[in-house]
Design a protein around this ligand. Structure first.
Ligand SMILES: Nc1ncnc2c1ncn2[C@@H]1O[C@H](COP(=O)(O)OP(=O)(O)OP(=O)(O)O)[C@@H](O)[C@H]1O
Ligand SMILES: [Zn+2]
Length: 893
């Protein structure tokens, strides 16, 4: 875990988390089970640690044992963490009855205790110890021959748990490892190979124990995933302590320093730093003050905050996340389904082969019958596909856990495997590549139909009803000009995806949006203001006349350029799909240092779907990263759809294939890398388990059948597979770690700078970043972006009119420019993308880096794009507003 700072030690396993979210009724209210259970209506979920679950054979056994019991509705077995989740009606069947049913089959089940972290390290059982001691002593047999009987005693001493399970399986006609081992032990003893019999039992039981330990370690990882949610909360107004379950939406709860935020909400009082690493994987504290959002499960580090709740405890983000993680573990990937269905035939086939190896020579009256029997036993032991069956789920489990820890919620092994095979990454622009925090560069009245204040009133009132990132900026702009929006006056409101919005206010029909909305509004005015390299342009049309225009800009997220370069270094092509104008797309591309290989702009949501389909056909498996606002269909169309951000729409989180829990876009390449590692790990696991079986068979045929070697190969590869899969829990290589540290240190600096500026009263920053945790403040790639130019300035250089049709989208194949390899971290490097004509070096010197002339579109732009190098001396707002990041670079504030 990158940053567990302040996390309470021994936090519970995720599986129990919901229990805290939905605490059981108070003691004395009739619920006496004391743990492991959580209730949903009359049904209750009981979590059991079942140590005897080793591979899919036991899964079937568990299901066969529990499903017939009256009052049991559903049984889920999570093999890697050896957890069985039973949904049952406690009135009809008690927890103890379920445990008894499992233990009768020797499955070593127990109800997970309240607050324990699942399977924990335990000592080897007395059976193993006794078996080991006896076996060891029997090795002295060459000195004292009667000691050889001790080997047989060793087999008997270690066998009971195995026998119980074998019996349970056999009576239900399941052929699992226990049955096979018992037959092998009996066979070896019958042949007089006592040492062999003892060795099989000891090796088998010891390996199982070691495997449990390893799994417990992996499972314990879950505990660091989420922090403890307190079951009780303090109401801020009255100081009353109430159960979390009784907290309603809209209640105000108090969270003191050091406490875990109990419920999702917005800060209404106080300020503090919050550790969100449990949700986002982001290790640096995020400053919080009204009206920023906080999430359940994050830790309030150093101040008092009062939080108005926005969701019920069971609907908090962490609860949803927990349910998704749980579901992800239970879903089986394609590889796993294939292996499972193969193993179904593998075992009976090998058992049949073993039987014929024993019987055919016997019937033919062969000489060396002992050898044939031994060979049959070796085959029998090899009939267990344990390692093969474990090869996928354990690796998937570990990789999903790792992903969750770095703040990427991946829904299942299939998605993980697809991630590893991605060839193209398509990015939505607004809110994904860019921060989705627009600033208004200019707002103009066109014609004489309306006055500025009236125009602002219409626009802000109608935009108050929209959730588009531009809307927030426009509303804020109006407020800054002392115009208060009045959404109640908007009698009709419509959204035109990819175009803009419509509203009726005071009897006026007002359209706000891009050039497409002009066409829709049957606007007669021909005047258009547009150009390459300026920000997005919006128009306001009232009753068919153009009455206003505005320009706004949005900056790329920190790390966006780096993420795309990283993807390219992995051989993945990046493509931008945006509903915004071509100029806005170009501007983002410029900030990215020309890293995108294709830009597609002015897309309607349906165009995005089509393009994703094209990319899939043309370049292979496609990843789509979006904010889920109106790209949900495209996200669904992609092989893997990733939504950005905790605060991204909740629906998007549930429908997308994966969710980035922070706004850190660098997690995208990290997730792809993890997917690739998981694929390699699974392939290696499969290869190792197949090779081990083959080696044993070859040894038996070519030299002589060695039973204990066969057992060792079986259980050894099981263990190997588990241990190898667990390497996925760690970041590979230490060299990376260094750079990561630097990176984090840099972020910390940026954060504290950002916080200082926030606390100093830059309230616009605060509200603007309200949408995303740490959004807009976690940057260190100073001056990566050019400043937003003032609208006036843009006007002074771009006056030519675009005649380009608005039909269809504009595609632009971007040639690899020098800038693509350039250093986007330095000032103005971004500008080179568009064919820099003059670049003067020197930190404080004005730079002119984007002079271009584009004939096709008849647009001429000649503007400057560095933080301080505006070129135009009459734009004082640039330093302060446009380039917040300039604080650590040229001429910062
Ligand atoms: N509420 C709004 N106010 C003003 N203009 C809007 C509004 N909603 C949409 N538009 C206009 O429609 C265009 C397309 O919007 P859309 O939501 O499809 O894409 P986007 O969010 O700009 O970009 P991306 O597709 O990269 O997320 C916007 O660029 C904007 O010009
Ligand atoms: Zn096995």
């Amino acid at each position: 875990m990158v940053g567990g700072a302040g996390r309470p030690a021994g936090a519970p396993e995720a599986a129990e988390l919901e229990e805290r979210l939905l605490p059981l009724a108070a003691p004395g209210s009739g619920d006496v089970d004391g743990g492991g259970g959580r209730r949903r209506g009359k049904w209750e979920k009981t979590y059991l640690d079942v140590l005897g679950v080793c591979c899919s054979a036991e899964v079937a056994l568990v299901e066969r044992l529990l499903a017939p019991i009256d009052g049991v509705r559903a049984v889920t077995v999570v093999v890697p963490s050896r957890t069985v989740i039973v949904e049952h009606d406690p009135a009809a069947v008690s927890q103890s009855r379920i445990v008894k049913a499992l233990n009768k089959a020797g499955l070593e089940a127990s109800v997970r205790a309240y607050g324990s972290s699942g399977v924990v390290g335990r000592w080897p059982s007395p059976y193993i110890l006794a078996s080991g001691a006896l076996l060891l002593t029997s090795f002295l047999a060459p000195l004292l021959p009667p000691l050889r009987w001790l080997a047989l005693a060793a087999a008997c001493a270690g066998a009971p748990p195995m026998l119980l399970r074998a019996f349970a399986a056999a009576t239900r006609l399941a052929l699992d490892i226990n049955v096979l081992m018992v037959v092998a032990v009996a066979g070896a003893a019958a042949l007089g190979d006592y040492a062999e019999a003892g060795a099989i039992v000891f090796l088998f039981t010891t390996a199982e124990w070691l495997e449990t330990l390893a799994c417990a370690k992996a499972g314990a990882g879950m505990s660091s995933l989420m922090s403890t949610i307190p079951p009780r909360v303090v109401l801020a107004g009255t100081g009353e302590v109430v159960s979390l379950r009784d907290v309603k939406v809209g209640a105000v709860v108090a969270v003191r320093a050091g406490e875990v935020v109990p419920i999702d909400g917005v800060v209404v009082d106080g300020q503090s730093e919050v550790d969100e690493s449990s949700l986002t994987g982001e290790s640096f504290p995020v400053p919080k003050q009204p009206p920023l959002e906080v999430w359940a499960g994050t830790i309030n580090l150093d101040g008092y905050i009062a939080v108005r709740t926005t969701a019920l405890a069971e609907n908090s983000t962490v609860a949803k996340m927990e349910r998704l993680v749980e579901a992800a573990q239970n879903s089986r990937s394609k590889t796993q389904r294939l292996i499972d269905s193969c193993s179904k035939y593998y075992t009976p086939a090998v058992v049949a082969l073993a039987a014929s190896v024993a019987l055919v020579p016997l019937l033919l009256g062969a000489q060396d019958m002992k050898r044939w029997f031994q060979l049959a036993l070796v085959l029998l032991v090899s009939a267990c596909p344990c390692a093969l069956v474990l090869s996928t789920p354990v690796a998937t489990f570990c990789a999903l856990l790792r992903a969750a820890r770095i703040g990427v919620l991946i829904k299942g092994g299939d998605i993980l495997e697809s991630l590893g095979g991605i060839r193209v990454a398509a990015f939505d622009k607004t809110g994904t590549i860019t921060k989705g925090e627009f600033s208004i560069d200019g707002f103009h009245v066109v014609g004489d139909k309306a006055e500025m204040s009236q125009l602002l009133y219409w626009v802000s009132s109608i935009e108050s009803k929209s959730s588009h990132p531009m809307a927030a900026a426009l509303v804020e702009y109006a407020q800054s000009k002392s115009v208060q929006p009045n959404p109640e006056k908007v009698t009709e409101f419509r959204i035109y995806p990819g175009e803009g919005i419509y509203g009726e206010i005071n009897g006026r029909h007002v359209y706000i949006g891009n050039r497409r909305i002009m066409a829709r509004s049957s606007c007669q005015t021909v005047s258009e203001i547009d150009g390459v390299n300026v920000a997005s342009i919006g128009y306001v049309v009232c009753d068919g006349d153009l009455v206003g225009s505005f320009s706004l800009s949005d900056d790329c997220r920190t790390g966006a350029a780096e993420a795309i370069r990283e993807l390219r270094s992995m051989g993945i092509k990046s493509v931008m799909l945006t509903g915004d104008s071509r100029s806005a797309a170009m501007r983002a591309q410029e900030q990215l240092g020309g890293a995108m290989e294709e830009l597609h702009s002015e897309l309607l949501p349906v165009d995005k779907v089509g393009l994703v389909g094209d990319l899939k056909g043309r370049d292979g498996p496609t990843l789509m990263v979006g904010d889920g606002l109106n790209d949900a269909p495209a996200l669904a169309m992609a092989d893997v759809g990733i939504t950005m951000g905790l605060s991204g729409s909740a629906a998007a989180m549930e429908t997308s294939h994966a969710t980035l829990m922070s706004s850190d876009i660098l997690r995208v390449p990290a997730a792809v890398r993890l997917g690739r590692r998981a694929r390699r790990t699974i392939a290696a696991n499969v290869a190792a388990s197949v090779a081990a079986k083959a080696a044993v068979a070859a040894l038996a045929v070519a030299w002589r059948p060695v039973l204990w070697a066969a057992v060792l190969a079986d259980v050894g590869t099981c263990l190997l597979v588990v241990l190898h899969s667990m390497t996925l829990l760690r970041e590979p290589g230490t060299a990376r770690r260094g750079s990561r540290k630097e990176d984090e240190a840099c972020r910390a600096t940026a954060r504290s700078l950002a916080m200082r500026s926030q606390l100093a009263g830059a309230s616009s920053t605060a509200t603007a970043s309200a949408g995303a945790p740490g959004g807009g403040t976690n940057g260190c790639h100073c001056c990566q972006k050019p400043t937003s130019r003032s609208f006036e300035q843009a006007h002074s250089v771009v006056i030519d009119i675009l005649a380009a049709s608005s039909a269809g989208h504009q595609e632009l194949q971007v040639p690899r420019t020098a800038a693509a390899n350039g250093n986007a971290g330095g000032c103005c490097s971004a500008g080179r993308a568009c064919g820099a004509s003059t670049v003067t070096s020197g930190t404080r010197a004005p730079r002119k880096c984007c002079a271009r002339k584009e004939d096709g579109a008849r647009v001429s732009v000649n503007t400057a794009c560095c933080s301080n190098g505006g070129g135009a001396p009459d734009s004082p707002k640039k330093t302060g507003q446009g380039c917040r990041d300039a604080r650590c670079c040229s001429g910062g504030t």
